[in-house]
Design a protein around this ligand. Sequence first.
Ligand code: PGA
Length: 316
Amino acid sequence: MHFTLRQLSIFEAVARHLSYTQAATELHLTQPAVSMQIRQLEANLGLPLFEQLGKKIYLTEAGREMYRYSRAIAQQLQEVDEVFAELKGVKRGRLAISVVSTANYFAARLLAAFCKQYQNITFNLDVTNRERLLRQLENNERDLAIMGQPPEEMDLISESFMENPLVVIAAPEHPLARRRNIPLQELVAEDFVMREPGSGTRIAVERFLAEHQLALSTSIELTRDEAIKQAVAAGLGLGIVSIHTLDLELSTGALVLLSVESFPIVRHWYVVHRSGKRLSPIALAFKDFVLREAANVWPQGARLVQAASSALKAAS
Ligand code: PGA
């Protein structure tokens, strides 16, 4: 072989961060030690793995190939570690989870409650949007993900654990706030503040409107649910978000739910992983915990889901 496992794991860290300095910090090495290992690896392989343009480094084509293999090998080595830890009866390990940004409102609570039972776990939680999360699953970069309905064309195992209705929100003084059963046709003529393309919420809204042969006429794009709520409260337009993002705003009255025909859009939360992936004991334990305990850890969920379904009957 032309390289050592150590060189491979150093390469993996540099390629993941695209930074020698960050890789060195993560691996508790000096930056010159990291650069030297990469230079040796490149010399052994006879091909450059990185190229430097200005201050940034990029993977070359050979580097991208090497990254694919080094990720898979790093995952396998971690699996060996976890399987042996389990054989020794040790409840410890690393867990890499991604959640779509909308789920972050309860995901942190799930992790906190889980950590109370399993204290020797290192978590890596990535909060991202649906499109990026699906890419991570495809590259086998994460153990588990929490997201809306995953696409059928991907080979994934998904189990649903909670309802996730999407609702229309407005500032309390908005003229539509006192109306009941607002027709969809009238709704789409309003100004909207929407999530970015690639957001699961956005995709679900567009699909729902397309089923009714409708589309929004004007919308401003924002990448965070928090930003959308602020913009709607400030009167920039209406928003469509998951009811789970609204715990605070509904209790303070900063925002109201509109009574719109055919709403809420019915969705569910799923815990998801690649089919065929060998889940570590910790990942299995976390998946079971989510399926069993989500309703207890996030009791607000049931109350919010109830509020979403009664919004149609009574104007807020
Ligand atoms: P999003 O995903 O946070 O990307 O909008 C939400 C979902 O998948 O339901």
